[in-house]
Write a protein that binds this ligand. Structure first.
Ligand code: PMV
Length: 314
């Protein structure tokens, strides 16, 4: 066993196919190494009680707030596996991932903690094992998670995701491309947005279903473009996907404004990401210089924070 166990993970964004993924259409999601979370765990000496230090809560493990109940169950499960459920520990979490912005903060945190705990015992954890442990946390935190967040936070590559099917890691060869992620400053509203679309499916099935199908076609056209470095067409598809999401009424004025600002600043395309009604916008640039210009313009027009993810390094 080691003195300290360390684990890392990162935020995720949905690149294509949010909402349509709920209706069995494919989605493509991406881990963002530029926005990371790290965890460190060690066993206590001198009978010190278990503690956690984090942005969400600093204090005794036994007084952990209810929002962290998922993390608690997952850690207990992992420690039990190593017959150490009664051993007191100190867990430190450092996260750059904002909460409730559709960036998969809870799943990424759980991935980092599970990795750190296995690392403490000097054991490797397979991706499948990792997903099983993280699912314990996600089931408690989110009720009925699609699994997309955990699949992406535990991957080094973009993910092709179809609900109920095994996810696939996608190859990508995007030299010189950069993704700008901008926080609109407004919390995303996942359950409200999903319920909204579901209502439209009931009241106007034909129109709503044709938008969902169109988003499925858009996502299906993406994998060869990732391989062929076709940044222009990827940008066009991002704009088209944003339009579909607008037609589903899950965008809002701020996201639409930021989308236009990004395209006017020279981004090849831009769209909201995640549930919508708030959360983040993503924009595709074909150079580092353009990406920083787009990020500056987005901040000037109200984005509260921006990140730049190089896509060439996948
Ligand atoms: O904003 P997020 O990351 O919670 O994404 C929600 C994505 C949806 O497709 C709208 C819902 C889902 O369960 O996939």
């Amino acid at each position: 066993m080691k003195k300290y166990g360390n684990g890392k993970s990162s935020a995720k964004i949905i690149w294509f196919g949010e909402h349509s993924v709920v209706y069995e259409q494919p989605a493509i999601a991406l881990p963002l190494s530029a926005v990371s979370v790290s965890a460190q765990i060690s066993f206590n000496e001198n009978n010190e009680p278990s503690r956690i230090y984090s942005r969400y809560y600093d204090g005794l493990w036994r007084q952990l707030p209810r929002e962290l109940a998922g993390i608690k169950q997952m850690v207990i499960k992992i420690l039990s596996r190593f017959d150490k459920a009664d051993q007191a520990f100190t867990l430190t979490i450092e996260s750059e991932i904002p909460s409730e912005r559709g960036m998969g903060s809870s799943a990424a945190t759980a991935v980092a903690i599970a990795r750190a705990t296995f690392n403490l015992f000097d054991k490797n954890i397979s991706r499948n094992q990792l997903l099983q442990y993280v699912d314990i946390e996600e089931q408690i935190t989110h009720g009925n998670p699609s699994g997309l967040d955990a699949a992406t936070a535990s991957s080094k590559w973009p993910i092709w995701y179809v609900k109920g099917a095994e996810n696939m890691q996608l190859d990508m060869n995007l030299a010189g491309a950069f993704l700008v992620i901008a926080d609109s400053g407004i919390k995303g509203k996942t359950s409200e947005a999903v319920a909204n679309v579901s209502d439209q499916m009931t009241t106007d099935y034909d129109k709503t279903n044709s938008i969902i199908m169109k988003m499925g076609q858009i996502a299906s056209a993406v994998p060869p473009l990732l391989l062929n470095n076709d940044i222009d067409e990827l940008g066009n598809l991002m704009n088209a996907n944003h339009n579909c999401l607008r037609q589903l009424h899950v965008s809002n004025q701020q996201l639409d404004k930021l989308q236009r600002v990004a395209v006017l600043a020279g981004a090849k395309g831009a769209k909201l990401t995640g549930s919508g009604l708030g959360g983040c916008l993503i924009a595709l640039s074909d150079s580092a210089q353009n990406a920083s210009l787009v990020a500056k313009q987005l901040e000037k027009h109200g984005a509260t924070k921006t990140w730049i993810q190089p896509l060439g390094q996948f």
